[in-house]
Design a protein around this ligand. Structure first.
Ligand code: FEO
Length: 394
């Protein structure tokens, strides 16, 4: 018995044929996905030709096929557009090629090379496109927009001219599996999801993201249909958010990722928070109990970061090592750093964390290391660090 799965028309003759992955727990094994994710694929049906924009993650190929069948025979697809070669959007190409034997795969030159190295696809199926190239479906024109390094080198956008629908692949995405198809159905919280996602996926490439946003100024964009999360049919808010996240202005905010074993570090973080919060925003982030995807979102606009850790076996607590390493790799725009540390008999965490902070765009303002429980003089040093960083981020 055929299963009828949800297919939605999002614009004239444009269908969402994506899938929801409710159970995905991690992405790239880097950050948790507490709400799963979606792999959005779109069918654009023209008078003469039909194109599929992106495919789905391994394991969802049959679901994609079933959804396409509700609109048209997949065997008759003319074009398979690959905006991005990562497996969550391109792995399904092999299945689609096995169905649609005459379809061409449209991708950038780098996209073609990457797809051939990752998947078992016939080279002759590929047609390389460049920014500004168009595809005529009869009554619809699709235009390809160069947008490399979002977040792989080969990425591009596809733009449906007549209706102003942008298919930006991963850009503007959010990791959330939800029955709500549109951002306006999901509610304001969508911007928080999008910000966490931006921090995880796009923040390391902020200059590229800014360049792509500048390029989009030339286009009338009425709908943004990304590869993850919800669709924006009133895209001004999400565009404005991305302009802010890629801009030079940061929030007057200090993020405090910390972990405490016996309470000394937590006591210092408490005093630090009180000091900072009297001047600017202070956001403590207890790393053993909070999701690191939220940390990525907080890093997007925090002008200051203070790590708090005990020394464990001559170095920072391993959870703080991972957090600081991840934060460094995500290349946040943080301007000022600080460290508070407690140890039982010998320190070591400050030295190692200082090395991790080196090479970021930020300046390490100071470190407070404390033996045993913090005493009044120790907490005065914490207050001094808090006052200094609060003053700097203002
Ligand atoms: Fe959603 Fe970069 O793949």
């Amino acid at each position: 018995m055929a299963i009828t799965r949800e297919v939605r028309e999002i614009s004239s003759d444009v269908y969402w044929v994506g899938v929801r992955d409710w159970d995905r727990k991690f992405f790239d094994k880097l950050v948790p996905l507490p709400e799963g994710t979606t792999y959005n694929a779109y069918l654009v049906q023209g008078e003469d030709k039909t194109a599929l924009v992106d495919t789905v993650n391994p394991g969802f190929e049959k679901e994609l096929e079933e959804k396409i069948r509700q609109v048209t025979d997949p065997e008759g697809l003319d074009y398979l557009i690959m905006n991005h070669a990562e497996p969550d959007h391109a792995n399904g190409l092999s299945h689609m090629v096995s169905l649609a034997g005459d379809a061409e795969i449209l991708a950038t030159k780098k996209g073609k090379d990457m797809a051939l190295s990752l998947y078992d696809l016939p080279e002759e199926k590929f047609h390389v496109v460049e920014g500004g190239d168009t595809l005529d479906l009869g009554d619809k024109i699709l235009e390809f927009i160069e947008a490399p390094w979002l977040h792989w080198p080969e990425t591009m956008f596809t733009y449906y001219r007549e209706e102003g629908v942008l298919f930006p692949s991963d850009f503007f995405g959010a990791h959330v599996a939800t029955p709500k198809l549109y951002a306006d159905e999901f509610g304001e919280d969508v911007l928080k999801r999008a910000k966490d996602y931006f921090g995880e996926i796009m923040m390391p490439f902020r200059p590229r993201a800014k360049r792509a946003l500048d390029k989009l100024e030339e286009y009338e964009v009425n709908t943004i249909a990304p590869s993850h999360g919800v669709i924006y049919r009133n895209p001004e808010k999400i565009l404005e958010a991305h302009r802010s996240w890629t801009g030079a202005e940061l929030d007057e905010k200090v993020l405090i990722p910390y972990v405490s074993m016996w309470g000394s570090t937590a006591e210092m973080v408490h005093v630090l928070r009180e000091t900072i919060a009297s001047e600017v925003d202070a956001v403590p982030f207890e790393v053993s109990s909070q999701n690191l995807n939220n940390l990525a979102g907080e890093l997007v606009d925090s002008a200051g970061v203070v790590f708090g850790t005990p020394t464990v076996l001559a170095g920072p607590h391993p959870q703080i090592i991972y957090t600081a390493t991840l934060a460094k790799k995500l290349n946040p725009p943080t301007k000022y750093f600080g460290i508070v540390e407690s140890h039982g008999w010998a320190g070591g965490a400050v030295r190692e964390l200082s090395k991790l902070v080196e090479g970021t765009s930020g300046e390490l303002l100071g470190a407070v290391d404390v033996k045993g429980s913090p005493e009044e003089g120790d907490l005065e040093r914490v207050i001094e660090l808090g006052e200094e960083i609060a003053e700097k981020v203002k």
